[in-house]
Design a protein around this ligand. Structure first.
Ligand code: NAI
Ligand code: MG
Length: 485
């Protein structure tokens, strides 16, 4: 049995009170690890270590080039240990192994390299006013101790998305992975240690949010910054706590993003892209195109092709390289998704396919849901308004592009979106008209790490990526020089 401890100040340690919890695999709901369950005292220890490493340690004082060498070494270790990371991620939260191997782990390594390089080549502002004999320049200094609170849907990828810029800009961190997916965070801590990271710079505490280790990090005076990805309601709770000590917050929250398919779209690409847009990672994707709006002229044909594509997806054991849709992360989450499917029936949606648990053979003991498609969904229904976070698509027709934009905007979320069209003007009109953090034109999920990433409305606060991460993870200092005239 795997036993997972906290990693604090360069040491593997149990919880101060010895508490543990069990990590369960969604493949068959058996216990795969015993994990230290962090409380207030464990958060305090981690913050003290990160604080010492920030206030007195070498990391914030090293050159970006020296920091880069350690971050690149950690990235190389992730690649060397790719199979171990991929297997752990898949076992822990049910992601298909093909995704873990080719997407999540390589991207985690890339996150580290990208921000290490980006920080090394940062430029600063200079404002010269020779006519006044004055020059002002900006220093970008590490902002402090960052609490990185991450979710279970892309555990390693999202943890490194937060940690990489934090470290590259000289901060020290405490990672609190989701309680549903503790495994890869522990492997990551070991990779940093093996890469030569000074003690106290990277700390990983395991456990839950409310009243325990997670919440304590959000109220501790020794934490300067919080970067959080998860539910909008959790973001609200965290911001309330963080207000007491005036912490800087960056939140990536939920979504219910619109995918708009115009009659002039390349239908092969549109079907494939919008299928990927909801069924990738079992629909456990904040960026998912989880409301699909299709122009009326092609509505029936599109739905027919969509159902065929959904039914062709391979649902199975995520350790099988052929699997495209794995089990949902936990029985609680499975129940939530199934209750939304029941709600869809009650609200009057037309079920085109799926709608039930998959129980073939060994899948009977896991949390598998058949790819589900509801059609003729009204945008006012709860299944069109709330984040289901599972393999459940809702489709509705529209007549013209203005109506599609209005439907897309009729949501409390504004995280992402897709427009599928062959008309350039329509693409730009939708890109400008929808209030959302990211809009994909004839594609899905492609990210350039220099670009801003985040959400409008209830989908987030702030942006990360490239210069936006620099802005968040550094303090800007103005140095003003007057020359004698
Ligand atoms: P959550 O927001 O409860 O958990 C995310 C992280 O925050 C976890 O590490 C958790 O331990 C921590 N946390 C929870 N409460 C906290 C608190 N009061 N203080 C500090 N840390 C706290 O999300 P959960 O319950 O795992 O998922 C529920 C729903 O959230 C999903 O069904 C989905 O709708 C949404 N979600 C959205 C994600 C996204 O990428 N935008 C990712 C994961 C979930
Ligand atoms: Mg798990």
């Amino acid at each position: 049995m795997n036993s997972i401890q906290h990693f604090i100040d360069g040491q593997w340690v149990d919880s101060v009170d010895g508490a543990t919890f069990e990590s369960i695999t969604p493949i068959d709901n058996t216990v795969i690890a015993t994990v230290a369950r962090g409380g207030v005292a464990d958060a305090d220890r981690a913050v003290e270590a990160a604080r010492r490493a920030f206030d007195d340690g070498p990391w914030p004082r090293m050159s970006p080039t020296a920091r880069k060498q350690i971050l690149h070494r950690a990235a190389a270790l992730l690649e060397e240990r790719l199979e171990e990371f991929a297997q752990a991620e898949t076992l822990d939260m049910g992601k298909p192994i093909a995704e873990s191997r080719t997407k999540d782990v390589p991207r985690a390594a890339y996150n580290l390299r990208f921000f290490a390089d980006f920080a090394e080549h940062a430029h600063t502002e200079t404002y010269a006013k020779p006519w006044d004999n004055v020059m002002t320049y900006t220093l970008r200094e590490p902002a402090g101790v960052a609490a990185c609170i991450s979710p279970w849907n892309f555990p390693l990828m999202l943890a490194t998305w937060k940690i990489s810029p934090a470290l590259a800009y000289g901060n020290t961190i405490i990672l609190k992975p989701a309680e549903q997916s503790p495994l890869t965070a522990a492997l990551l801590a070991q990779a940093f240690a093996d890469a030569g990271m000074p003690d106290g710079v990277v700390n990983v505490v395991q456990g839950f949010g409310p009243d325990e280790v997670g919440e304590r990090l959000t109220e501790h005076a020794g934490v300067d910054l919080i970067t959080f990805t998860g539910e909008s309601a959790t973001g609200r709770a965290i911001m309330g706590k963080a207000a007491q000590t005036l912490k800087r917050c960056s939140f990536e929250l939920g979504g219910k993003s619109a995918a708009i398919v115009m009659a002039d779209a390349d239908l092969d690409r549109a079907v494939a892209g919008t299928i990927d847009g909801i069924f990738r990672n079992q629909g456990e994707v904040c960026l998912a195109g989880s409301r699909l709006f299709v122009q009326r002229g092609i509505y029936d044909e599109f739905c027919e092709r969509y159902v065929a594509a959904a039914e062709a997806l391979v649902v199975g054991d995520p350790r099988d390289p052929a699997t495209q849709v794995g089990p949902l992360v936990s029985t609680e989450h499975f129940d939530k998704v199934m209750s939304y499917i029941q709600l869809g029936h009650r609200e009057g949606a037309k079920l085109l396919t799926g709608g039930e648990r998959v129980t073939t053979g060994e899948l009977a003991s896991g949390n598998y849901v058949a790819p589900t498609v509801f059609a003729d969904v009204d945008n006012s229904w709860r299944i069109a308004r709330e984040e289901i976070f599972g393999p459940v698509q809702v489709i509705a027709p529209f007549d013209n592009v203005d109506e599609a934009i209005a439907l897309a905007n009729d949501s409390r979320y504004g995280l992402a979106g897709q427009i599928w069209t062959s008309n350039l003007d329509t693409a730009h009109k939708v890109a400008r008209g929808v209030r959302t953090g990211t809009m994909w034109v004839n594609c899905f999920f492609i990210r350039d790490l220099r670009a801003p990433f985040g959400g409008m409305k209830d989908s987030g606060v702030g942006r990360e990526g490239g210069l936006h991460s620099e802005e968040f993870f550094t303090e800007a200092k103005a140095v003003v020089i007057q020359f004698p005239s």
